[in-house]
Design a protein around this ligand. Structure first.
Ligand code: G
Ligand code: G
Ligand code: MN
Ligand code: NA
Length: 253
């Protein structure tokens, strides 16, 4: 209850911020985008992680104004970087299934892209398999509308939820993000066969594939050698502040 009370005023008190975790092309190690990750610092509670407060935000519908804020902040920031660097990086934003329930949700995305004049293809939204649990037809029509704007749609935490294979084709995702679960124990306690199978699944169905949670050179090489397109993980970069990200991107070649 205490967390909820503080969360209610977090936006107003400017306590939320975004970190960005760079994503690189496996073949060249070049940064091509970044995932926006929400951070909350409260005077009394200190730093609270999203794994702790997102469920509270979802239960209370606070995720609606918070989710709108994340979209606006990420779009605004990416436009700044586009102008500053003359490069076209893609910013990925996590969407909660609760946000899909709001009628004007797609209109919000459309208007933010117009307001900041960010090309739609430089925004990606990440959804988890959790959205596929019910109302598939309604979810499909919303995802199709997002794609009609030109925004990319990826499926996050792939392999950890339900219904993944059944709806993979039907929902027309652009990218599949392999969950860290299938990377983290390679090679000691995991031979990598599931990661390999997911990469093949993506490659053979015309989807881009990104591996999350890559922490070692061995994991990186394994994924690259098996056809994984993109990499996100501590081996390259941790989630960092906007100004740290800016320094890195300005120093890249
Ligand atoms: O660093 P990490 O602790 O940032 O993130 C933990 C979890 O919180 C991840 O599963 C991530 O998807 C989720 N998360 C981070 N930022 C956001 C956000 O802006 N919106 C939603 N819905 N989830 C987020
Ligand atoms: O939205 P999603 O669940 O994919 O959020 C990514 C989460 O994974 C965030 O909490 C982020 O901080 C975390 N993360 C990203 N790279 C690594 C990594 O290499 N190792 C570990 N342990 N966590 C990571
Ligand atoms: Mn994510
Ligand atoms: Na994930």
């Amino acid at each position: 209850l205490k967390l909820e009370t503080h969360l209610r005023s977090a936006l107003k008190k400017n306590e939320l911020s975004l970190n960005y975790q760079p994503q690189v092309v496996a073949e060249t190690k070049e940064i091509i985008g970044m995932e926006a990750l929400l951070r909350w610092n409260n005077d009394e509670l200190g730093n609270v992680g999203p794994a702790q407060f997102i469920p509270v935000a979802e239960r209370t519908d606070l995720i609606i104004p918070i989710g709108d804020w994340v979209l606006e902040e990420a779009i605004k920031q990416n436009k700044k970087w586009m102008v500053l660097t003359n490069r076209r990086l893609v910013v990925a934003v996590n969407l909660s299934p609760v946000q899909f329930k709001k009628a004007d949700f797609i209109e919000v995305i459309k208007q933010l892209l117009e307001k900041y004049e960010l090309p739609a293809e430089l925004l990606e939204v990440e959804v988890t398999e959790g959205i596929l649990v019910k109302n598939i037809d309604s979810i499909k029509s919303k995802l199709d509308k997002i794609k009609e704007l030109g925004v990319k749609v990826s499926i996050d935490d792939f392999g950890t939820g339900y219904s993944s294979l059944k709806y993979l084709k039907r929902l027309n995702f652009d990218k599949l993000k392999i969950d860290r679960e299938f990377i983290k124990n390679y090679p000691e306690r995991d031979n990598g066969n599931i990661a390999k199978a997911i990469i093949m699944l993506a490659n053979q169905n015309g989807l881009k594939v990104l591996a999350e949670g890559v922490e070692t050179k061995e994991q990186f090489n394994f994924l690259k050698d098996n056809g994984c397109d993109e990499i996100q993980g501590y081996y390259f970069y941790k989630p960092i502040t906007a100004s740290e990200f800016e320094k890195i991107i300005l120093n890249e070649k």
